[in-house]
Design a protein around this ligand. Structure first.
Ligand SMILES: [Zn+2]
Length: 862
């Protein structure tokens, strides 16, 4: 599964760590309360060999009906009962080996009594007639009064354990079966499923069409898919592999733009993994209202239709990360599947790292490093603001809770460190061994570890222990000095984090780069494993700059104080853009005229947009008139992502009419990039200039990819703290408005409520009913909004979301918001008590004072 990166980008723009949750910097909580017990992989009595689903979709009644036939083999002797997961469905009849079988449905399980007991290895076919009106697992999408143009579709989402809502099955990843889906849908629809299309039959009398798909490579139940709608197929190829993109008519160009790199990616992944793409075809179906970015159903990925975009968005928005992620899962997740969710980083960490690898292949080393920087920042934010946990972790309430920044981003960074540790050749050799050894099977982390040990000859237990089974990362402090007499450069490296049984001292190999006055570098490899090391390197002259881990390969935080000259040298000469960007960000804290000049130089002339963007951010922090001049010049930069950062930085100049006028003229003339206009709208609001009040309502009318401009204009209006913003935001929360604008409007209302006490009651009252909103995105955003406002009246709807929402992510966010509001309430009550105590003490004090004065007066008299 994938959370698309644009959400992170948008989140970054809105100053949030997570656009959905809007979680603030409220500090780290435990990942799970103490009472949550470990979960172990499930036991199996039988091995499911083949699953055949013959189903009909009724779009009017949003119902599925049909027969699920399982061929199973007994694992143990004397097997006379079978148990399947079957949630919220009606079971009509069960046949085992062709004979009627007894059955009973209890608490989401279908218990079947077999006509006779099986011996170990003996097979039987079990057919289950069923029907369901699913609330999850299978989603029917269609128009209503508020959204009359929404297309009619149905799509499934099995991961993590939701397949049981649309067919009875053994719903856990530690079993694999071949599968067959025979789906009957209205005649104008196409139904897409796993594997090869066996047949497609037009049933004229019934006005339906039956699609028969068969998948011959065993896979886990959560990967079985069915998507149906009025789709057109765009046909492509990667060598012998047919590649299909399914979209609604009229979106063909958008589909090519979004998915067109798929064949190149297939060939690239085949080459680096050394294992050919293993299935009959590769399809991607773009569906509406999808609840994830993408889902890697075997050979038939489901993608959010949000990833389809027009040519203007394509300037600085790409679907490649999403496409690469789901494609990588076809090997990592589908061909090899985590045995249980606690090892799901073997799916998600891999897919996330392969997104980055595609980026490296397609766009080069600097973009690759930027990609990993986003991973690092996402993980570090979760670690510092939310919780810390080991990557492999079996204490959770719902599996979806594990699908977080530790699983994806930290998992990806761990693979990157493993690659740097053993080198490229051995890394890919090990992956090849791991893939070939376990293809078609279930894996745990020790399988990966063993493959690496066998392929490299190295013992890597220490590596997996510290990065995967333990938690956290090193906090590193670096300082350097030069001994002129001995001609020695000394670099001190300390691990300053608190160590504990959960977070050890870390062991890793890193590079130290010493830069001379010409900007040339000499690099040394060092091994760090102690709390403190001093590394000495002979040097004729004092290095002009010392850089620790210049490629940013090690997952860590780094404190390394150096002077302006060193930073300027790095900004100018570091060969990796990631290092120049880091120097730019540090210079932003320095703020001298020389720093501004160096940053201006980088902003206007660096060859990589990311460094230009970092220079812009730094100038925005310095906030002098000279910094402003440089940023205004920067609005002319060629790369839209650099211009985005410039526009964002201009928002730091609160009350500065020149900044506001630069942003307002950008908005008047328009930018070729949606995202630059969006940034400018938010930044203009942040300046709180009267110009914003004039301009932003006009900007609200602009259509853009994912409503990014409107969302940012709404956030900008909230920043102005203008009363009109409350009514505008309310207007855009209404069901019927575009979903992403609604989400942004909820966020804007939260900000406004927090800003002014007198608006708070009204806004909280207004937001309470949104806990029952039909739109999943809105329910996802709501707990964060309530948390931000901190009003205890939100507790009741939050409890409802925590207990009853169908989505585990909404539940978790609601629980987090409840905890935060309660903490806030306790704090308020504590403060109130303290204030009361203080008042009492003051009164007491006053009385004592009066008595003293009286007594003193008496004493004087006497
Ligand atoms: Zn994924």
């Amino acid at each position: 599964m994938h959370k698309p990166r644009y959400l992170d980008e948008v989140a970054e723009l809105l100053g949030d760590i997570d656009a959905f949750s809007g979680r603030g910097a409220s500090g780290r909580r435990p990942f799970q309360p103490a009472h949550v017990e470990p979960r172990w992989p499930r036991d199996r009595a039988a091995d499911v060999l083949h699953i055949r689903l013959e189903v009909e979709l009724d779009f009017d009644r949003r119902r599925i009906a049909g027969t699920a036939t399982h061929r199973v083999a007994a694992i143990l002797d004397d097997l006379d009962r079978l148990e399947f997961d079957a949630a919220e469905m009606e079971i009509g009849a069960v046949r085992a080996g062709g004979e009627p079988a007894t059955f009973e449905v209890r608490e989401g399980k279908l218990h079947i009594g077999l006509p006779r007991a099986l011996k170990s290895g003996e097979e039987i076919e079990v057919a289950i007639d069923y029907c369901a009106v699913p609330r999850r697992g299978l989603y029917f999408v269609g128009p209503d009064e508020a959204y009359p143009n929404k297309p009619v579709e149905a799509w499934t989402q099995g991961e993590d354990e939701d397949s049981r809502y649309w067919f009875p099955c053994y719903d856990y990843p530690n079993d694999r079966a071949t599968s067959e889906v025979i789906a009957t849908v209205p005649e104008r629809f196409t139904a897409i499923s796993n594997g090869a299309l066996v047949s497609s039959t037009h049933n004229r009398n019934a006005a339906t069409r039956t699609f028969h798909w068969r998948h011959d490579v065993p896979h886990s139940t959560y990967l079985i898919t069915l998507a149906a709608g009025e789709f057109v197929a765009i046909e492509d190829r990667a060598g012998d592999v047919p590649v299909h993109y399914y979209v609604h008519p009229g979106r063909e160009d958008d589909a090519r733009r979004a998915f067109g790199n798929t064949p190149r990616m297939i060939r690239f992944f085949e080459r680096i993994i050394g294992v050919p793409y293993p299935y009959a075809k590769y399809a991607q179906v773009a569906v509406s209202d999808f609840i994830f970015g993408g889902m890697e159903n075997t050979s038939a990925t489901t993608q959010t239709a949000d990833t389809l975009h027009d040519a203007r968005a394509h300037l600085d928005f790409k679907s490649d990360p999403l496409v690469a992620h789901e494609l990588a899962h076809q090997w990592w997740g589908d061909l090899l599947t985590c045995r249980d969710w606690s090892h799901a980083w073997l799916n998600e960490g891999f897919a996330t790292y392969f997104e980055a690898l595609w980026c490296e292949e397609d766009l080069g080393a600097d973009e690759f490093a930027w990609n990993l920087r986003q991973d690092r920042e996402a993980y570090l934010a979760e670690d510092s603001r939310e919780y810390r946990r080991p990557i492999v972790c079996n204490r959770y309430r719902a599996p979806i809770e594990l699908f977080d920044r530790h699983l994806y981003e930290k998992g990806s960074l761990v693979l990157h460190m493993l690659r740097r540790e053993v080198g490229d050749a051995l890394f890919f050799k090990s992956l090849n061994l791991y893939c070939n050894r376990h293809r078609g099977g279930n894996v745990v982390t020790s399988d990966l570890e063993r493959a690496f040990e066998d392929a490299t000859g190295r013992n890597l237990e220490w590596f997996f222990d510290q990065w995967v089974y333990k938690e956290g990362h090193p906090d590193i402090e670096v300082s350097s000095s030069f001994d002129d007499k001995r001609k020695l450069s000394s670099i001190t490296v300390k691990q300053t984090h608190n160590t504990s049984p959960a977070t050890p001292l870390f062991r890793f190999t890193a590079t130290i780069a010493l830069m001379d006055s010409e900007g040339r570098e000499i690099r040394h490899r060092v091994e760090v494993r102690e709390a403190e090391h001093v590394f000495n390197f002979p040097c004729e002259k004092a290095p002009k700059a010392v850089r620790f881990d210049p490629g940013f390969d090690i997952l860590k935080t780094l404190k390394h104080k150096r002077g302006r000259e060193a930073l300027e040298m790095e900004l100018k000469h570091a060969p990796e853009a990631i290092g120049r960007g880091a120097a730019a960000r540090e210079l932003g804290r320095e703020g001298s005229p020389q720093a501004v000049a160096a940053l201006r130089q980088a902003l206007l002339n660096d060859s990589f947009w990311g460094v230009q963007a970092d220079a812009a951010t730094a100038l925005g922090e310095i906030r002098t008139e000279a910094a402003l001049d440089a940023l205004i010049e920067g609005l002319r930069l060629g790369h839209p992502k650099a211009r985005r950062a410039v526009a964002r930085a201009l928002g730091h100049f609160r009350g500065n009419p020149r900044a506001a006028s630069a942003l307002s003229s950008l908005l008047s003339r328009g930018d070729e990039s949606y995202f630059v206009e969006a940034e400018a709208a938010l930044a203009l609001g942040r300046t709180r200039d009267p110009e914003a009040a004039r301009m932003l309502p006009e900007v609200m009318a602009r259509e853009s990819h994912l409503d990014v401009i409107r969302a940012h204009a709404l956030a900008g209006m909230a920043e102005m703290h203008d009363e009109r913003a409350v009514s505008v935001a309310r207007e855009w929360t209404v069901y019927g408005k575009p979903p992403r604008a609604r989400v942004a409007a909820v966020g804007a209302l939260a900000k406004l409520a927090r800003h002014r006490e007198s608006w708070r009651d009204e806004i909280v009252d207004y937001l309470l009913p949104f806990a029952d909103d039909k739109e999943f995105l809105v329910r996802m955003r709501l707990p964060g909004a309530f948390e931000e406002i901190g009003d205890p009246r939100a507790l009741e709807p939050l409890h409802r979301l925590a207990d009853r929402d169908l989505d585990g992510r909404v539940q978790r966010r609601a629980r987090t918001a409840i905890a935060a509001i309660n903490e806030g309430r306790n704090r308020t009550e504590q403060e109130k008590r303290m204030r009361e105590d203080l008042d009492k003490l003051r009164d007491e004090n006053k009385r004592l004072q009066q008595r003293i004065e009286k007594l003193e007066a008496l004493a004087i008299k006497e």
